[in-house]
Design a protein around this ligand. Structure first.
Ligand code: IPM
Ligand code: MG
Length: 354
């Protein structure tokens, strides 16, 4: 099983380093893994003048799975859009056909105090956000700048979903719901957007194949509110690219820290890219304080979804639960009486727990 390792920028290399330690520990127990690293994001621009260098893309396409850290940083903010690190991640998603983004928001009992919400609102939270990842206003054409009829300059983007794009992500939503609590909430803005009216029609049509799943629909503004009012009403949420981007950041904070949430981005062939949902956090890069758990948990998702190694995935998740139960905390989830650790020590603790 060959893994392309794209550590990226900022805290990326530090957190990916810990995830690799964990995978190497499993390799000692017989998991056959091969790793190859390549520059990506700002590091790709520095090395080859391109956030997704051709050699990196080639490696990612040949590998069975891709492990990513994070991309971006102030150093690259002034670059033209095509060279910005974010374009690297958007292009690799498109190139690999990674249309289904799974972002679980699970609150570990040990982290109830780290959430900004009341314990009774969040304890036991376990929801899955399925975000469509290769369509919508992120990729819709036309887009750009122009002069309007009044001679003013304007910027514009196009929100757009085709029927096959909606069908395949709806399928992932229903199939995921079937394996969980059989409740699916489709989030849209049907009261305003034509794209959303179409989205809802297609989701309702796909639902005919899944009579056991209780399907509901919610406007995105209401969903944003319900996520902080009563997040446990949700089991699986399926939504488009831009709404999913926003709601998954919101959901991450329910769990105490954005440093805890892994993600899987899957294509139709079982291939996938695995990354924490947080960014490159340039302000804390190189300080050994970033939380590596989201990246470590992303490797568990990799073992489960691309390699069908559920027991190995479970081992990683159990090890993470154990280190949290033992009181290890990076600063983002710190609390009174905890064992304060840095990035490397947290990785070591997970390896020891394994
Ligand atoms: C995410 C990120 C990306 C996105 C950025 C870095 C382009 O916010 O993965 O959620 O908007 O999809
Ligand atoms: Mg985001």
């Amino acid at each position: 099983m060959k893994i392309a390792v794209l550590a990226g920028d900022g805290i990326g290399p530090e957190i990916v380093g810990q995830a690799l330690k964990v995978l190497r520990r499993l390799a000692e127990d017989g998991l056959k893994l091969e790793f190859e690293e390549a520059p990506f994001g700002g590091a790709g621009f520095d090395a080859h003048g391109d956030p997704l260098p051709a050699s990196t893309l080639k490696l990612a396409k040949e590998a069975d799975a891709v492990l990513c850290g994070a991309v971006g940083g102030p150093k690259y903010d002034a670059l033209p859009r095509a060279q910005r690190p974010e374009q690297g991640i958007l292009r690799i998603r498109k190139e690999l056909g990674l249309f289904a983004n799974l972002r679980p928001a699970v609150l570990y009992p040990e982290l109830v105090q780290a959430s900004t919400l009341k314990p009774e609102v969040v304890s036991g939270l376990d929801l899955m956000i399925i975000r469509e990842l290769t369509g919508d206003i992120y990729f819709g054409e036309p887009r750009g700048r122009r002069d309007n009829a009044r001679g003013e300059k304007e910027g514009y983007d196009t929100m757009l979903y085709s029927e096959p794009e909606i069908r395949r992500i709806a399928e992932v939503g229903f199939q995921t719901a079937m394996k969980r609590g059989k409740k699916l909430c489709s989030v849209d803005k049907e009261n305003v957007l034509e794209t959303s009216r179409f989205w809802r029609e297609i989701v309702i049509d796909v639902a005919k194949k899944y009579p056991e799943v209780a399907l509901s629909h919610m406007y995105v503004d209401n969903a944003a509110m319900q996520l902080v009012r009563n997040p446990k009403q949700f089991d699986v949420i399926v939504t488009g690219n831009i709404f999913g981007d926003i709601l998954s950041d919101e959901a991450s904070m329910l769990t105490g820290s954005i440093g805890m949430l892994p993600s899987a981005s899957l294509n139709s062939g079982g291939g996938g890219l695995y990354e924490p949902i947080h960014g490159s956090a340039p302000d804390i890069a190189g300080k050994n304080i970033a939380n590596p758990l989201a990246t470590i948990l992303s490797t568990a998702m990799m073992l489960r979804y691309t390699f069908n190694k559920d027991e190995w995935a479970y081992r990683i998740e159990a090890a993470v639960k154990n280190v949290l139960a033992a009181g290890y905390r990076t600063p983002d989830i710190d609390e009174a009486g905890a064992k304060k650790v840095g990035t490397v020590e947290m990785g070591d603790a997970v390896v020891a727990a394994l």
